[in-house]
Ligand binder design. Structure first.
Ligand code: GAL
Length: 679
């Protein structure tokens, strides 16, 4: 194996997008490369949707057009992120191997004419993708334009789970490996319920549609198996590329859309972490969702710089109402990703498609052409990113962590939970938004991670928690940490079985409460919680909580358990555990988190509304990115050099509505060290 860099060899911040020239005649290619130069593009992704051109019939390869394209890009100084086309096998493949199609839980075999319809468990698919990846690697490993590899596209989207015969066979093999014998499987799945004992491996199937709800432990294992099988496909391609090529290899995650893959496990397999992000148009504060995705991506990357591989210049085409971006919004989005650790800003796609499913999706060159607001903003962004080059390689430091556990989300999403209204997405959003509005940057972590150094840790949606992970959280608190847990925490273990001792039992040392009963509310109902001498409104969910050692800080005024504890604080060892047993909005959470901040010694930033402030720390300089999402001009106490405006700021940054500044200034810690040396 060759040793490999973790970042593509490129000057400055990566800037560009998906490029699909196979949809255009040659004269457009020439215009494209010239316009890319004008816009400051230095990297494009090609080849992801080209299988039917690269291998027109089985075993016959045609690379002439790709040779020509890579040479053209290289001649114009544009580097290439070379995609492998495994997300869309050609028509001949399905005609020849019809049983490689994905089968749904209802037994429907998914047809051709779309993408992502191949079973990740089919041996013929494995053979075909390995053959293609090795041909590409042989031919292009030494091409000077190729600076990174991009395997597949968004594993798990549009469908991850497959119920074909290939899938069932592979599932049984995976289960044998996990459990060793059927007794262990029967115990883990709790098959005594509804007479499900298995006495023969061949009787086990994928959890397809059944008359009633299917065993949740089986479904959870199926989700784990699917994730592992997709990862195996990635590794197959990655390893044949690695054997020949020295450039870094990635695949694009989708932190905010598709949660069927466990990004933590995948991050260990890629050389560099990359993400695709699309705003949720219905969300009026979609930039907060963007921050969640960016912080999550940085966190799974272990704090190392990551690459935004796709986002949109304006509206997308696949949401019910595809709201376009307002002037300046694309720059705010791009620079928010940069602020949160991205060293590259890319789009889907370079030129809007005339044909097909995605023709109404925005692009760097829209259908209106280059005399357009969008293209002008793209060129401006290219220029801004050149000015932001000093940020490359700098990192983001967060004092606060939030738990994010994909497997727990998969389990929570299964059927027959106490309330459909309590979702991990909404819980994470409420807590994250509170911290975002208080100017506090968070890292996401798994409950088993080393939490030392975090001033507090929030668990907004840790429904599933193993004993070992609970031990880690209890120890974190005992040694001085502050833990905040939200409702429905630690209900079950890793097999989706309720903890012995009841809900939350493994966290009793840290939190000092027992939960007797979950008491969800009717749709749109609310309750009041008395906090000090006033009330806050809560919705969706309440619990009957009995403190064992915690003090009560908030009490239900009404609802199913009036006068009982709603919010508690527990001193444990050198630290503190908070339990919030109901759903509070980001606004209502303010009065609770104020007390958490005091416990943790965290000072929230006194920011004007809707202003985002994040600092990246370089070797001897820090860069504070200030983004004004509001409709008002704001003044911020910042001094340094505004890299974008190329202006010195002596003590106050005046930031117009909708604008972004990147202020470089000495790193406060370095300042402190200098002061110490001089005294
Ligand atoms: C992504 C996908 C791209 C494009 C884009 C449109 O999920 O990777 O190929 O389809 O969505 O928003």
């Amino acid at each position: 194996m060759l040793s490999r860099p973790v970042w593509p060899q490129l000057e400055g911040i990566a800037f560009g997008g998906d490029y699909n020239p196979e949809q255009w005649p040659r004269e457009v290619w020439q215009q494209d490369v010239e316009l890319m130069r004008k816009a400051g593009v230095n990297l494009v992704t090609v080849g992801m949707w080209s299988w039917s051109l690269l291998e027109p019939t089985e075993g016959d390869f045609d690379f002439a057009w790709l040779d020509e394209l890579l040479d053209l890009l290289h001649d114009h100084g544009i580097a290439v992120d070379l995609g492998t086309p495994s997300a869309a096998p050609p028509a001949w493949f399905f005609a020849r191997y019809p049983h490689t199609r994905v089968v749904t839980a209802d037994g429907v075999s998914l047809g051709f004419g779309s993408r992502g319809m191949v079973s990740p468990h089919a041996p013929e698919y494995h053979e075909a993708i390995v053959r293609m990846a090795s041909k590409l690697a042989e031919r292009y490993a030494d091409h000077p334009a190729v600076r990174m590899w991009h395997v597949h596209n968004e594993y798990g989207a549009p469908v991850a789970e497959d119920h074909s015969d290939n899938a069932a066979r592979a599932f049984r093999a995976w289960l044998k490996d996990r459990y060793g014998d059927l007794d262990a499987l029967n115990a883990a799945w709790g098959t005594a319920v509804w007479s499900q004992h298995y006495r023969d491996w061949d009787h086990i199937n994928t959890p397809g549609t059944a008359p009633s709800v299917v065993n949740p432990a089986q479904k959870l294992d199926f989700a784990r198996f699917t994730d592992a099988a997709l990862r195996k496909c990635f590794i197959l391609e990655r390893d044949v590329i690695r054997a020949r090529a020295s450039q870094p290899i990635t695949t694009n995650f989708m932190a905010n859309q598709h949660w069927g893959i466990d990004m933590w496990a995948w991050a260990d397999e890629v050389d560099l972490v990359s993400d695709d992000h699309y705003l949720v148009a219905e969300d009026e504060d979609a930039h907060i969702g963007l921050s969640i995705a960016a912080d999550l991506t940085r966190s799974v990357a272990g704090g190392k710089p990551w690459l935004l591989l796709e986002h949109s210049t304006s509206g997308v085409n696949w949401q019910p109402r595809n709201v376009g971006k307002r002037p300046g919004e694309m720059a705010r989005n791009s620079l928010a990703h940069l602020a949160r650790g991205a060293d590259g800003i890319m789009f889907f796609q370079w030129r809007a498609a005339r044909h097909g499913q995605e023709k109404f999706h925005s692009a760097m060159i829209p259908h209106a052409g280059t005399d357009s607001r969008v293209f002008r903003e793209v060129c401006q962004l290219g220029a801004d990113l050149r000015k932001a080059a000093p940020l490359k390689g700098s990192s983001v430091k967060a004092d606060v962590a939030m738990l994010w556990d994909f497997q727990s989300f998969w389990a929570q999403d299964l059927e027959w939970r106490p309330s459909v209204d309590l979702t991990h997405k909404s819980q994470i959003r409420a807590y994250y938004e509170r911290l975002w509005r208080d100017g506090i940057t968070v890292d996401f972590v798994l409950p088993g991670h080393d939490l030392t150094g975090y001033k507090f840790v929030v668990a907004p949606a840790q429904y599933m928690l193993s004993e070992a992970d609970a031990h880690n959280l209890n120890s974190y608190v005992a040694s001085g940490g502050v833990l905040v847990a939200a409702p429905f925490t630690a209900a079950v273990d890793e097999n989706d079985a309720v903890h012995v001792g009841g809900y939350l039992a493994p966290l009793e040392p840290a939190l000092g409460v027992r939960v007797e009963e979950y008491l969800p509310l009717r749709k749109r109902a609310s309750v009041n919680v008395q906090l000090g001498d006033s009330n806050v409104g809560a919705t969706i969910w309440t619990e009957h909580v009995e403190p064992t050692s915690a003090e009560v800080r908030g009490t239900y005024v009404d609802g199913p358990v009036p006068d009982k504890a709603a919010i508690t604080r527990n001193a444990h060892g050198k630290g503190v555990g908070w339990y919030i047993s109901t759903c509070l909005s980001a606004r209502e959470l303010q009065r609770v988190v104020e007390q958490v901040y005091a416990d943790a010694g965290v000072r929230p930033a006194d920011l004007p509304a809707d202003v985002e402030l994040v600092t990246r720390i370089g070797e001897d300089t820090a860069y504070t990115v200030a983004i004004n999402h509001s409709e008002q001009k704001v003044s911020l106490p910042l001094a340094g050099i505004d890299l974008l405006a190329d202006e010195e700021i002596s003590h106050t940054l005046e930031l117009e509505r909708g604008k972004v500044a990147i202020v470089s200034h000495p790193h406060p810690l370095i300042d402190e060290l200098n002061r110490k040396e001089n005294t």
